[in-house]
Design a binder for this molecule. Structure first.
Ligand code: AMP
Length: 116
């Protein structure tokens, strides 16, 4: 069981901003932007690559609802999913990052070619 399942089950606290039958959204504990929200499926799915399209649809709809609720829909925001170790996925429960609340920098490639 991951930390996110414990948040769903209210075994550990989170600053929740949105919830529906299929998804939960809460503030990231280590925000990388003035507003940094994680949106997760209630169903246990380890990553984006193994996720079915119905669940992805629920997550994307929830992200739109969160953006509207937090008034990011007009100012703009970024949606990010880290999939697997090269992307730095830390928690093995699919989660979508919503980043906003300021003008965000562009993500540029740095040469960190894998050595393995
Ligand atoms: P990722 O690197 O894509 O796997 O992102 C995992 C995210 O989960 C990171 O941004 C962490 O700051 C965040 N995180 C880890 N534990 C918690 C928690 N208990 N509550 C909220 N966010 C968390």
């Amino acid at each position: 069981m991951t930390i996110f399942t414990k948040i769903i089950n209210r075994e550990i606290p989170a600053n929740r901003v949105y919830e529906d039958d299929h998804t939960l959204a809460f503030h990231d504990v280590d925000p990388q932007a003035p507003i940094h929200i994680l949106v997760i499926p209630k169903k246990e799915v380890k990553d984006f690559q193994s996720c079915d399209s119905e669940t992805i649809g629920y997550l994307l709809s929830a992200a739109q609802a969160v953006a509207k609720k937090l008034k990011l829909d007009e100012s703009g925001y970024r949606v990010v999913i880290n999939n697997g170790k090269d992307a730095g996925q830390e928690v093995a429960h699919l989660h979508l990052h919503i980043l906003g609340g300021a003008k965000l920098g562009h993500i540029r490639h740095q040469d960190r070619t894998r050595k393995d």
